[in-house]
Design a protein around this ligand. Structure first.
Ligand code: IPM
Ligand code: MG
Length: 357
């Protein structure tokens, strides 16, 4: 059966990294005889320009019909327009809600070569291998907003059900990994965090016997990510804390450009996007790091297209290409930097265990 992949390149460096991701997807699809139908659609600022809305009806329908959605990045330089309907980021929030992808998986795995670009000392990075599960369709991102000249507010609300389902997702992952789960909140201040904490405890106690659950305050977690990152395995947290902590955690892998993500819900459908933004400062120069996108393609193959072997091949090819020195400026260190295309070619050359050139 044909799988339909909706591709939304978006803005800034989005189209450049998407091109790289698609080249890799097409290569593994050919090797594994995957039957894919790949359809591109305008999204974000690009769609605002062309069709007057960040998620035009035709794009929305394509995403509803698709088995998986691959997204570059959205956002426009400059101050956000006052009307939310005209903000590229609103399109992204609407898409996440539309697809019901409440769990956003963000693995952080430093690769040899890339992590040398990290400002953190090498011993801080040894043994780091974590996955952050960020709640993606609730909390302050989606609460009622009041915006006046002199006062503004954003409501943060969570229901028990919203917390239970994302904690379950994280606990299932932890069960497959080290059997350790760390739930991050601000229960000393926030009511939503106290519900988060008691709900996480109840889910683990009732449904995951043998799983070790630790609760950590978000400020302490932000520090521990820099001092004892290797102690973490699976982390679960609410929407905004997850957004902030994962940009921080990406530094452990050398660069924000290295980090992929998968957003999933109850069905097999998923939304796959690198965690970086549009990087307007380097857009159009052909030097954006495509690894976050290429590794997001790997997550899509594993989680929505039932092709874990293809996913492992991509991960191995990225690791080998980066280790061999194919590194964009963000991870090049003092070595001569590669372009997006050179790094992508280096990955393609290593797919399927082809000998290194
Ligand atoms: C992310 C991004 C988005 C978010 C923005 C672009 C709305 O920062 O995916 O991490 O905050 O969720
Ligand atoms: Mg973010």
């Amino acid at each position: 059966m044909t799988s339909l992949i909706a591709v939304l390149p978006g803005d800034g460096i989005g189209p450049e990294v998407t091109r790289a991701g698609l080249a890799v997807l097409r290569a593994v699809a050919a090797r594994h005889a995957l039957d894919l139908s790949i359809e591109e659609a305008p999204f974000g600022g690009a769609a605002l320009d062309a069709l007057g809305a960040p998620m035009p009806p035709s794009t929305r329908q394509l995403c509803v019909d698709a088995d998986a959605v691959l997204l570059g990045a959205v956002g426009l330089p400059g101050p956000p327009p006052p009307d939310p309907a005209l903000r590229p980021e609103q399109g992204l929030l609407d898409l996440r809600a539309l697809l019901g992808v409440y769990a956003n998986l963000r693995p952080i795995r430093p690769l040899a070569g890339a992590c040398e670009a990290s400002p953190l000392r090498e011993e801080r990075l040894a043994g780091v291998d974590m996955i952050v599960v960020r709640e993606l369709t609730g909390g302050i991102y989606f609460g009622d907003k009041q915006e006046g000249e002199d006062a503004a507010s954003d409501r943060c609300a969570y229901s028990r059900g919203e917390i239970e389902r994302v904690v379950r997702c994280a606990a299932r992952l932890a069960k497959q990994r080290s059997r350790r789960l760390c739930s991050i909140d601000k229960a000393n201040v926030l009511a939503t965090s106290r519900l988060w904490r008691s709900t996480a405890s109840a889910v683990v106690a009732d449904e995951f016997p043998g799983l070790e659950l630790e609760h950590l305050l978000v400020d302490a977690a932000a520090m521990r990510l820099l001092t004892h990152a290797a102690d973490f395995d699976v982390l679960v947290t609410e929407n905004m804390f997850g957004d902030i902590l994962t940009d921080e955690a990406s530094v452990l892998a050398g660069s924000l450009g290295m980090a992929p993500s998968a957003s999933i819900g109850d069905g097999g459908k998923g939304l796959y996007e690198p965690i970086h933004g549009t990087a307007p400062d380097i857009a159009g120069q052909g030097v954006a790091n495509p690894c976050g996108m290429i590794l997001s393609v790997a997550m899509m193959l594993e989680l929505s297209l039932d092709s874990p072997e293809a996913a492992r091949e991509i991960e191995a090819a990225v690791a080998a290409a980066v280790a061999a020195g194919a590194r964009t400026p963000d991870i090049a260190g003092s070595a001569p930097p590669a372009t997006t295309e050179q790094l992508t070619e280096a990955v393609l050359a290593r797919l399927g265990g082809a000998p290194a050139p």
